[in-house]
Write a protein that binds this ligand. Structure first.
Ligand code: GAR
Length: 193
């Protein structure tokens, strides 16, 4: 169980697949004195991820992996161990980690999902929410377990959907909330006693 004592920051890796706005936000947050995390490593499942381009301007080590087989996961676990990573934050990470990987990492893996879980697990969340004429949506930070988007919920933020919203506007609105929610959830998760 990871826990922040206030003196030392938790060595954290971020896993991404795309744009990386949550990653950038977490990196920014990690630099605050009051932040419980220190971002030590970023792994991407996509070599063309925008987030990777951004990292070239920083000193943070980044690596690309397919995340598609056991061999990859074994290599990743080795790197995490070598860099003494205690926590993984999934941020727009679009691969599914194996049960074995999650267990080997003691379950210290968080994810952010753009819906009010347990509703709308999986992909194309905003499209499905709009199609179903939902009045509310939001985002959730949760622990990762072996079932997709089903681990213990740490924090959620609910927002109202306007009649004029479409998947694009909704995604933009929710992303803004994600950037507030993820640091808050980290603080809550890491200060539990
Ligand atoms: C975010 O909305 C995140 O919640 C979502 O992808 C987007 C990534 O944006 N994640 C998932 O759907 C995971 N199943 P970002 O790359 O700009 O952080």
């Amino acid at each position: 169980m990871v826990e922040s004592t206030g003196n030392t920051k938790i060595k954290t890796a971020i896993f991404i697949s795309g744009n990386g706005s949550n990653m950038k936000n977490l990196i920014k947050y990690s630099k605050l004195k009051t932040s419980p995390i220190y971002v030590n490593l970023v792994l991407s499942s996509n070599k063309k991820a925008n987030g990777i381009r951004y990292l070239k301007k920083t000193k943070i080590v980044s690596k690309i992996f397919n995340f598609k087989n056991k061999k990859d996961e074994e290599k990743i676990l080795k790197i995490l161990k070598k860099r003494k990573i205690n926590l993984i934050c999934l941020a727009g990470f679009m691969r599914i980690l194996s049960k074995d990987f999650i267990e080997k990492f003691n379950g210290n893996i968080l994810n952010i999902h753009p819906s009010l879980l347990p509703k709308y697990k999986g992909l194309n969340t905003h499209e499905r929410v709009i199609m179903n004429n939902e009045k509310f949506s939001g985002c959730t930070v949760h622990l990762v377990n072996s079932k997709l988007d089903s681990g213990k919920i740490i924090l959620q933020k609910k927002i109202r959907i306007n009649k004029k919203d479409n998947p694009r506007t909704l995604s933009k609105k929710i992303l803004k909330e994600e950037h507030v929610l993820y640091p808050k959830a980290l603080k809550k998760f890491l200060s539990r006693t």
